[in-house]
Design a protein. Structure first.
Lengths: 185, 190
């Protein structure tokens, strides 16, 4: 179904159609709109059978995701920039445990002293952590890659990051073809 | 809402913001491209066909007019005239007169919406001025973005702006041959 929609919102709707059971996240620009959108869907009941947890940090977010995924739940989180660095220890643990977690990265520069703009230094710093990384060129690709990411993660028993450019994609309104629920199922 | 209005007309559209430090009152720019085929560029719009300036206090702070296409459109939210803003000679020397207009959008928004939020009002003016979008598409986009009462009051403000601008230009918008072909810029301030 064609929609004129913000990239973050489109990703939230794609993730929701993958029927996650646990979502935990700590907000960080430019990823925040994605988990905000998912939080709304959980609260309104549009995304049923899903628990949304607010945690105290990014390290907490991925740690909760590891626990939930180890217990068998389909688990999702999202972060960016320093948030991913703060997760670093748990990023390696998730891969080492072979847990099929899906995580969106709204790619953003790291530090020095503060930079909200887009580059790939965050996800590249985790290149060798054992996660599969999928990088989207457009918001249509971002939507499609999230749906593929859950399938890949569960088939391969391996965590998957879907990386999309912060602001350039996350905050851009584009014409996007969103699949229908039965197509994703 | 501008990109949504274009989408509702079956066109391709892209909109994205550009801002610096995250604080209230900081200048914000946003860009919109409208085309009849998929848009691959994600660069900021450097040579806009149209400028919408929501906050006239930015007129002398940012290089707003740099790169504006010859005879491009300029719509400024102000109760003052171009002459009073000191822009008349600059804009009128190089442009069709009705391609540069001021519109008291904040006042219209206060009257219809009750809050000084001129953005949807300016889109009504933009539709009238350029003929690039039908008013019906703009109103539908506003109602889709803000369902219910808020959407209705914003649509009323956009309608009022449309009517006001139509009266001030010589060619009615539906007969206006001007049609943007490349890209537009949409400047705003929070």
């Amino acid at each position: 179904m064609w929609k004129q929609i913000e990239g973050s919102r489109a990703v939230a709707e794609a993730v929701a159609m993958c029927r996650p059971q646990v979502i935990c996240a700590y907000p960080i620009t430019p990823q925040t709109h994605i988990v905000e959108g998912l939080g709304e869907m959980v609260k309104s009941g549009a995304l049923a059978g899903c628990e949304f947890l607010n945690v105290e940090s990014e390290f907490g977010a991925l740690s909760v995701a590891i626990g939930a995924s180890a217990a068998g739940a389909r688990t999702y989180t999202a972060t960016a920039s320093q948030g991913l660095l703060f997760m670093a220890e748990a990023v390696y643990n998730a891969a080492g445990l072979g847990l099929p977690i899906v995580m969106t990265i709204g790619n953003r520069a790291i530090g020095a002293p503060i930079n909200i703009w887009n580059d790939h230094s965050d996800s590249m710093s985790m290149r060798d952590s054992g996660w599969i990384q999928l990088h989207a060129e457009s918001n249509q690709e971002a939507v499609d890659l999230h749906i593929q990411a859950f399938r890949l993660a569960e088939e391969l028993s391996c965590p998957v990051m879907v990386c999309m450019d912060g602001f350039i994609l996350t905050h851009a309104y584009d014409r996007i073809n969103l699949p229908l629920q039965h197509q994703v199922d | 809402m501008l990109s949504l209005a274009a989408f509702l007309e079956g066109r391709y559209a892209q909109a994205f913001p550009s801002f610096g430090s995250e604080r209230m009152g900081a200048p914000v720019m946003a860009f919109c491209r409208i085309a009849d085929r998929p848009i691959r560029s994600r660069e900021p719009v450097a040579n806009p066909d149209a400028l919408i300036i929501q906050d006239p206090t930015l007129l002398h702070q940012v290089t707003l007019f740099e790169g504006l296409q010859p005879d491009g459109f300029v719509l400024i939210n102000s109760t003052r005239s171009l002459e009073e803003l000191g822009l008349a000679s600059f804009l009128k020397n190089q442009r069709t007169p009705h391609h540069a207009l001021t519109l008291s959008a904040t006042e219209l928004a206060l009257r219809h919406v009750g809050r000084p939020l001129p953005n949807s009002t300016l889109l009504g003016g933009f539709a009238a001025m350029t003929g690039e979008l039908r008013l019906a598409s703009v109103l539908a986009a506003i109602r889709q973005k803000f369902p219910g009462k808020i959407g209705e009051s914003n649509a009323a403000a956009a309608q009022a702006a449309y009517d006001l601008v139509v009266q001030s230009i010589p060619t009615p918008p539906l007969e206006n041959p001007a049609r943007l072909t490349r890209e537009e810029i949409h400047v705003e301030a929070d």
